[in-house]
Design a protein around this ligand. Structure first.
Ligand code: MAN
Length: 515
């Protein structure tokens, strides 16, 4: 245990207590904030409670406390710190080992009080001046940035008001048009119904006509052939049929021969339904060869009775001219226009049906045009709503960046940031743009923008970009890098993130004032 009185006197005389400029008595190396902890009127308790010592032991160049709290102004405790007040500049704490080591660490020179080692001049005011000037410059920048931010907000406010009004207007318009659209739709549907009925009627009549026409022709052709096989129209026998067909040099297939051999006493009606369809083709070629022979020297089939000759004229039902002359079932729908030269082509609609079609077409056109008009208005509405619903940050300020793009070029690439749209990269050697991400979301408050889902990296993920926003007087992309392969980072300066500068504006620079 030390003898308290002599040490105290020594301490007072030799080492530690200094008066700060504000007349706050505190031991050397103690910051103003801790001055109250060093009360000279009572014994000192180490901050960690590890020891209690006479106050005179403070800064006696002997380490009594484990936490070094008894030696703030000497290098006695290795783990301690010395506080440089650095009046006029920034206060700092330096490791106590640097006290009186012959090197000036504090700009006020307070760490080198042993003048036998070094004499430090006080450079704090000079350094502080430069720092204050820089602080003022920064403050000015923030001030002008903040002013620009207000301008951005004002312009956006107007745009927002315009868009809100436009949206309300469009909503009204659409609401007004909706009943008209419904009316036009009803009219269209009614007209289309009438059109359908008329067209169906026309088509059905045409189909029925064709069916009847074809059946009549088929029957006539069958009749002709029946007469050919049986001029007296008596029921057919297998022999009769075979002889006529084979006689004319036709090679009948085994199947057909077998079929014919199984026939007996076939009257016309059963001939029409069960025999004619099977022998029709063979019969046609028989007729063809007969007519060839006739052209060379007219041959009248011996079986044909002279009086029957005229009636038994072998009409070729597939011969256009003959058929038309014969056909008294020509299609003459009450409302049809002239028959088309293509007999299987449906004739034109009647004027009445045409009228209904025209009416329906007009109703369709009117409705479609109107529908398109409403659709376009709705599209406009949706686009405005999307804009209004977007997260453009506090005061909607970031909306001012919409539809702008900003470029930054490094040694290899030109990077382009189009806020709320996308980020791209283009090689300076040319080639096409590579997508580095599409607008994704905000991060870290409104301080970072994330763009995701860019072009896929070869053998890797889709490219993505983080954009860090910092306050600046102008919108400007100031850096772009690729910290990890296909993960990009950009710094974008914009007034949009500037905050109102504080009164003296030096806090952010750490200029503590211990005046
Ligand atoms: C391109 C660029 C680079 C990227 C590679 C990955 O060259 O997009 O930024 O690292 O592709 O293959």
């Amino acid at each position: 245990m030390k003898n308290f009185l002599p040490v105290f006197l020594f301490a007072l005389f030799k080492v530690s207590v200094i008066l700060s400029d504000t007349q706050v008595l505190r031991p050397r190396g103690v910051p103003l904030t801790k001055a109250a902890l060093y009360d000279g009127s009572k014994p000192f308790t180490c901050f960690d409670g590890s020891n209690q010592i006479p106050f005179a032991y403070i800064n006696d160049d002997f380490c009594d406390c484990h936490d070094a709290s008894d030696e703030p102004g000497t290098s006695a405790c290795a783990q301690g710190f010395f506080h440089c007040t650095n009046r006029g500049y920034r206060s700092i704490d330096i490791p106590s080992g640097r006290v009186n080591d012959g090197i000036c660490d504090c700009c006020d020179g307070s760490d080198e009080y042993d003048e036998t080692k070094v004499s430090c001049s006080n450079t704090c005011l000079e350094m502080g001046k430069a720092m204050r000037e820089e602080a003022e410059r920064q403050r000015e920048l923030m001030r002008s940035g903040f002013k620009k931010r207000q301008e951005m907000i004002d312009s956006v406010k107007n745009r927002k008001a315009e868009k809100t009004a436009a949206f309300a207007n469009l909503e009204l318009q659409v609401k007004d048009l909706e009943p008209q659209k419904e009316q036009l739709q009803k009219e269209k549907e009614a007209a289309e119904e009438l059109e359908k009925v008329a067209k169906d009627k026309h088509r059905d009549a045409w189909e029925a006509f064709k069916k009847e026409r074809d059946e009549t022709r088929e029957r006539a052709a069958a009749e002709e052939s029946f007469k050919f096989f049986s001029p007296d129209q008596s029921p057919l026998t297998a022999e009769g049929l075979l002889s006529k067909l084979v006689k004319e040099g036709e090679n009948l297939s085994d199947d057909l021969q077998q079929f014919i051999k199984g026939l007996s006493n076939v009257d016309f009606e059963s001939y029409l339904t069960s025999v004619w369809p099977k022998i029709k083709d063979t019969y046609k070629s028989v007729q063809a060869s007969l007519s060839e022979a006739t052209t060379a020297s007219p041959v009248v089939p011996t079986e044909v009775a002279p009086e029957a000759e005229k009636d038994d004229h072998l009409m070729d039902p597939y011969d256009e001219e003959e058929r038309e002359a014969e056909d008294d079932h020509a299609y003459h729908p009450e409302d049809s226009a002239a028959l088309s030269p293509d007999e299987d082509k449906m004739p034109d609609y009647s004027p009445e049906t045409r009228q209904l079609i025209d009416t329906a077409e007009k109703a369709r056109k009117d409705f479609t045009e109107f529908d398109l008009r409403v659709f376009k208005l709705n599209e406009e509405k949706t686009a405005i709503k999307k804009w209004l619903d977007n997260d453009y940050g506090p005061d909607f300020v970031f909306a001012a960046l919409e539809d702008t793009c900003h470029e930054y070029t490094d040694r290899e690439y030109t990077y382009k940031l189009c806020p709320f749209d996308r980020v791209t990269q283009k090689s300076k050697d040319g080639g096409s743009e590579t997508g580095l991400g599409k607008w994704g979301n905000w991060e870290n408050g409104y301080k970072e923008m994330k763009y995701t889902d860019g072009a896929r990296c070869w053998n890797g993920p889709a490219r993505s970009t983080k954009v860090i926003l910092e306050c600046g007087g102008e919108n400007q992309l100031i850096s772009a890098s690729e910290p990890n392969r296909c993960e990009y980072q950009m710094t974008f300066r914009t007034p949009a993130v500037c905050t109102e500068p504080t009164q003296n504006g030096t806090e952010h620079l750490g200029l503590h004032d211990e005046l």
